[in-house]
Ligand binder design. Structure first.
Ligand code: SD4
Length: 318
């Protein structure tokens, strides 16, 4: 077990980790929330506040990922996110509920909580997706404040990057702080999911990744399960990864096996997969969860009555 896991677990966590792994992550668990990477632990705490009071999974995932969006230390999501090659922070996010309602924003600037704008797109418009200026106008008209999201630290990192200005995405960027994807199953047995990111650091201005694309970065089917993705979005979009994971669960695969098959699909189709990371996380209708990724180092946080908000290491192909 890695040191950070050990430190964050405590005794009940350790028990849960063994339990989780020895059963191949097939613990019946309702409600439950799972989310990508180590910062998922703090996000899960906020989501659990909702779920443990019999709240709706949709509210839980929105409230949960907002924690990461507002944290300036997380340089891959929301405020404090690293900018594109022109020094502009542009955000992508989407949300999906148990009725297959979904909302999304992409290439959105100046708004700290793109996930809440995505939810409003879902609830207040006839559309699924708003981008760029249109998404910003919509947010401002609905009471969101315009903010500078480029922190001094992120600006410094960008200026440093400009010296070479090479676009070479780093595997497991920033010590396991990356896009947050969160999936929840509530006490009523309903699933929802959310995904939010500042995208790949130093991307071209205007680039949109998988995270706001329903089916790629996130997919929820309340009859079957939910899945989300992290890593190089271009590879995820090409395989419509999260939708693929859900469809594989529909065919009877466990969450982990479904994620593994989706990762293998990417490795078969994506030249140069050895140099990139993609990780999938999945939760089915029974509260079983699992993950799989290309490279070692992907982890995810799980919070339920039985599992005390602990980190699991995703199994990897390489
Ligand atoms: C993107 N998938 O914009 C996001 C980035 C990410 O872990 O998830 N990094 O392509």
């Amino acid at each position: 077990m890695q040191r950070r896991n050990f430190l964050s677990l405590g005794l009940s966590g350790l028990f849960g980790q063994v339990l989780g792994k020895s059963n191949g992550n097939i613990i019946k668990n309702t409600p439950i929330v799972i989310s990508t990477w180590e910062h998922g632990v703090d996000a899960n705490k906020a989501a659990w506040e909702v779920l443990s009071k019999n709240g709706r999974a949709l509210d839980a995932v929105e409230i949960g990922v907002k924690v990461s969006e507002a944290d300036p230390k997380i340089t891959t999501v929301g405020y404090g996110g690293y900018p594109d090659r022109d020094g502009r922070v542009t955000l992508d996010a989407c949300i999906m509920d148990e009725h297959s309602n979904c909302g999304s924003v992409a290439f959105l600037e100046h708004i700290m909580h793109p996930i809440s704008v995505a939810r409003l797109v879902m609830e207040k418009t006839p559309h699924v997706m708003l981008v760029g200026e249109g998404a910003l106008d919509f947010a401002l008209k609905n009471g969101f404040q315009k903010q500078n999201l480029l922190t001094p630290e992120a600006e410094k990192a960008w200026k440093n990057w400009l010296k070479d200005a090479k676009y070479e995405p780093i595997i497991n960027f920033e010590n396991n702080h990356d896009t947050i994807g969160m999936l929840a199953l509530d006490a009523q047995g309903n699933l929802s999911g959310a995904c939010t990111t500042s995208g790949m650091a130093w991307k071209m201005h205007g680039r949109v990744g998988d995270s706001p694309i329903i089916g790629a970065g996130l997919y929820v089917d309340n009859e079957v399960g939910a899945a989300c993705a992290t890593g190089v979005g271009e590879a995820v979009i090409r395989t419509v990864g999260s939708h693929l994971v859900v469809e594989l669960m529909r065919q009877g695969k466990s969450p982990e096996k479904a994620c593994k098959a989706a990762v293998e699909r990417i490795m078969k189709r994506f030249k140069g997969f050895e140099k990139i990371q993609v990780g999938f996380l999945a939760l089915n209708k029974k509260g079983e969860f699992g993950a799989y990724c290309i490279q070692k180092g992907f982890n995810y946080a799980v919070y339920s009555q039985k599992i005390n908000n602990q980190l699991f290491d995703g199994k990897s192909a390489l």
